[in-house]
Design a protein around this ligand. Structure first.
Ligand code: ZN
Length: 533
């Protein structure tokens, strides 16, 4: 077990002084039962298996997403949960799916080309064979140079991606020093970056000015319009850490029916992509062939999945746990976010199977369209609690206690984000204590934004867990390698035990969780669009 760093006692004392919050009761007998159920009878990897290996990728409203939604309802009914159902919301826009991909390098020497179509792009309408053209489209001048010359062509639009020697480990567990740093509040006056990883441990967010952001959007629209004039196939290589056969790639079009349909766009591994660019650069004749069956699905409403364990003496009050059921269309969305969905479902199973008394009602939410501006959870919050644009709140809003979100990959839980809610600190610090010897040692005032943000926007207490990165940033996040094999069973079991325990404590504590002041009505939310996160 040496891969799991054990917290040094001194470091833990520095991170967490639980005795300072002795007022928060912790039901250690219940936690013992939760741990026993979680570690002896775990089903968490079985939930994950169905969501990934069986249903495949789960782009919102795609066949895989809908099958996974139906399965989740049935499985939670089998667990004995009440009111397991799909709750419709909409409109979502059009969905997208693909059923066939072939890519071949034919000349100068045969090779299969490892890749996949990017979401919301068309198929090829039969096999396409030809000489690729390298048309870097990075500036307005590039667009003018290639305007009208790409019809019927296989077009490479990205610069080649250098592949330096990998000299650091591909996966990472947070050190106590890193957790210490993350436990500190951000420097006043510095807006911490909300983005994955940077937000966790980096400095200020690189902010794009509204004018620059608008310019970037306009350029991208123009590039897509030019390509839509007739390119047969667009080749891209992944963003970020794409290397070693791993492609970080999401979409090259959107769910919005008013946006143009983008031609067939394929994310190739950087190694295959770079080879084609080198060959063209040396004027060696190249022939490539692609055949993709992909297509848009008509606009439709979407759904969230919910289920409950009814509470006892405070049954009208609600504690929620959740994750997003949807994923990108690459890989099988294992760490993003079948892992969170499986952990949340397993937490519900543990609570039900252990027979523990729950004062408040506990409800799970498996959201759609997290990857499209938190579409599902925002719709749910609006349906049940409050419209962030008016901040007119419902009775359910009054009776809500807390929401716990899981969307940081499948790594073991090391801490909890307070999401700026200082008043919740004593409770969360007390709940962390029984899990120190399982690697959880801190809470932080910082925030990590995912579906929990939808609750935060209407002033409801919401929390996210800090999970070990593992290979989320290097191998799995929005990649073709986000698959079941990247999930770590021990980590998933640890996370389910902790989540069940936190939900149990929140459901049974005397008071509902303390709240931040109610936010002011917000500016209109952006429409669902195929943007990352
Ligand atoms: Zn996610």
């Amino acid at each position: 077990m040496k891969a799991f760093p054990r917290a040094a006692p001194l470091a833990v004392a520095g991170l967490l002084a639980a005795s300072a919050f002795a007022g928060e009761a912790v039901d250690l007998a219940a936690i013992q039962r939760i741990k026993a159920e979680a570690f002896r009878n775990s089903k968490v990897m079985d939930h994950a298996f169905w969501l990934t290996d069986v249903f495949g990728p789960r782009l919102t409203n795609s066949p895989g997403h809908r099958k996974a939604g139906a399965w989740a309802v049935t499985r939670m009914q089998e667990m004995g949960l009440a009111n397991a159902r799909q709750e419709p919301w909409g409109p979502f826009g059009r969905s997208w799916t693909y059923s066939h991909y072939e890519g071949h390098l034919i000349e100068p020497a045969y090779s299969s080309l490892v890749g996949f179509p990017l979401a919301w792009t068309r198929g090829t309408d039969g096999p396409v064979t030809g000489e690729p053209v390298y048309a870097l489209l990075e500036t307005e001048a590039d667009l003018e140079k290639w305007h009208g010359k790409l019809r019927g062509r296989i077009v490479l639009v990205d610069p080649p991606k250098p592949q330096p020697l990998l000299s650091s480990p591909l996966s990472h567990r947070f050190s106590e020093a890193e957790l210490q740093e993350e436990a500190m509040a951000p420097e006043p006056g510095v807006v911490p970056c909300r983005e994955f990883r940077l937000g966790a441990f980096g400095g200020p967010c690189p902010v794009l000015s509204p004018a620059d952001a608008a310019r970037r959007r306009a350029f991208r629209r123009k590039m897509q319009a030019y390509l839509a004039e007739g390119a047969a196939v667009i080749l891209q290589t992944g963003t970020g850490a794409s290397t070693g056969g791993t492609v970080f790639g999401m979409s090259f079009g959107t769910a919005d029916v008013n946006d143009p349909e983008t031609p067939c766009t394929i994310g190739l591994t950087p190694e295959d992509y770079n080879r084609i660019v080198r060959l063209l650069d040396q004027s060696v004749p190249v022939k490539a062939a692609f055949d993709v069956k992909a297509g848009f699905l008509p606009p439709a409403d979407s759904f969230n999945v919910t289920a409950e364990i009814p509470g006892g003496r405070l049954k009208d009050e609600v504690v929620m746990v959740g994750a997003h059921l949807d994923s990108w269309a690459t890989g099988t969305g294992a760490t993003d976010d079948a892992a969170g969905s499986a952990i949340a479902m397993e937490a519900m199973r543990i609570l039900k199977a252990s027979g523990l008394r729950l004062d408040r009602t506990v409800r799970i939410g498996l959201w759609a369209a997290e990857e499209q501006n938190l579409g599902g959870s925002r719709a749910y919050v609006k349906q049940h609690f409050a419209d962030p644009q008016t901040m007119a709140v419902t009775k359910e809003h009054d009776r809500f206690s807390a929401y716990f979100n899981l969307d940081q990959g499948g790594g073991r839980i090391r801490g909890a984000y307070l999401q700026g809610n200082d008043a919740a600190r004593p409770a969360l610090e007390a709940w962390v204590a029984p899990f120190r010897d399982l690697g959880m040692s801190m809470v932080t005032i910082r925030d990590q934004s995912a579906d929990n943000r939808s609750f935060d926007e209407v002033g409801l207490p919401s929390f996210q867990f800090l999970q070990d990165d593992l290979d989320y940033g290097t191998r799995t996040w929005h990649t073709n390698m986000d698959v079941y094999d990247r999930l770590q069973k021990g980590d998933m079991m640890q996370a389910a035990a902790i989540v069940a325990s936190f939900v149990y404590q929140a459901a049974n504590r005397d008071e509902r969780m303390p709240r931040k002041p109610l936010p002011r009505p917000a500016a209109p939310a952006p429409p669902p669009a195929a943007s990352p996160r």
